[in-house]
Design a protein around this ligand. Structure first.
Ligand SMILES: [Zn+2]
Length: 216
C-alpha cells in the first residue's frame, strides 16, 4: 500500500514505543538500541485504509475532502460509495452520479461487502439503482439527499442479510457499520498525527491504555 506510512511498535525498558523507523537510541531510557535484544520483534501496526479499486462489491467511505490521515475530522465529514464487481466506484454527489474517480479513492475504509457469489446480483442491483432518475445534481441536498441516500437505497434493493436490514435507517446503518470502522481508523489517525509531530510516542506497559492493544 503506497499510502501506508508504516508505523511500527516495539518494547523496551517496560515501555511500548511507536515510531516510523527504529531509532538508534531508545527514546525512554536512551540506551543504544544496538546493545539490546528486544523481547519481541518490532510489530507493524495494521494500516486500516485500502484502495477502493482493489475491493470489489463493497461499500467504501472516505473524507469528503482530502484524505483520512491528514484531513479527516469527524464522521459528519464522510463520503460513501459502492464498488462494482470490477472495483469501479459509483457515488452520488452534488454533480450527480459519478463513476470511478479512482484517483480519489486511494485511501478509504471498507464499510462492508458481499461475498463473490453475489457479484452478479450486486452489479445488476447497482445498475438498476443507478438508472433511477432521482440521482440528479438538481435533486442533491447536502443534508438530506446525498451519497448516503444512494448507498442505502442500493443496499435496501440488494436484500443482503443484516447489511440491507440496517440500511432501512440511516441512524442504524451508521451505528452498526460506520462508527465501528471510523473508531478503529480514528485511533490509527491520531497515532499517526502524534508521530508526525513528535517522531515517537511511548506508553508504559503497565498502563491499561496502550495503543498497541487498542489498535488490534
Ligand atoms: Zn528503553
Amino acid at each position: 500500500m503506497d499510502t501506508d506510512p508504516g508505523i511500527i511498535c516495539f518494547q523496551h525498558c517496560d515501555s511500548k514505543v511507536f515510531c516510523f523507523e527504529l531509532p538508534e537510541k531508545c527514546p525512554v531510557c536512551l540506551s543504544p538500541m544496538a546493545n539490546t535484544v528486544l523481547p519481541l520483534p518490532p510489530l507493524r501496526i495494521p494500516y486500516p485504509f485500502v484502495r477502493a479499486s482493489q475491493h470489489s462489491c463493497c461499500i467504501v467511505m472516505k473524507p469528503t475532502n482530502g484524505d483520512f490521515l491528514n484531513d479527516y475530522l469527524n464522521s459528519k465529514d464522510l463520503h460513501i460509495g459502492v464498488t462494482s464487481s470490477k472495483g469501479l466506484v459509483v457515488e452520488y454527489d452534488k454533480n450527480g452520479l459519478q463513476y470511478d474517480k479512482a484517483s480519489l479513492w486511494k485511501q478509504c475504509l471498507i464499510v462492508d461487502g458481499a461475498d463473490e457469489s453475489w457479484s452478479e446480483i450486486w452489479d445488476n442491483t447497482l445498475r438498476h439503482v443507478s438508472s433511477l432518475t432521482c440521482w440528479s445534481s438538481e435533486r442533491y441536498n447536502e443534508e438530506n439527499f446525498n451519497c448516503y441516500n444512494f448507498v442505502l437505497k442500493f443496499l435496501q434493493e440488494l436484500r443482503y442479510g443484516a447489511l440491507s436490514a440496517a440500511a432501512v435507517s440511516r441512524t442504524r446503518f451508521c451505528e452498526s457499520y460506520i462508527v465501528p470502522q471510523t473508531t478503529t481508523a480514528g485511533k490509527y489517525i491520531s497515532l499517526y498525527r502524534k508521530l508526525k509531530k513528535s517522531g515517537c510516542v511511548t506508553h508504559r506497559i503497565s498502563s491499561k491504555h496502550t495503543a498497541c492493544n487498542t489498535l488490534k
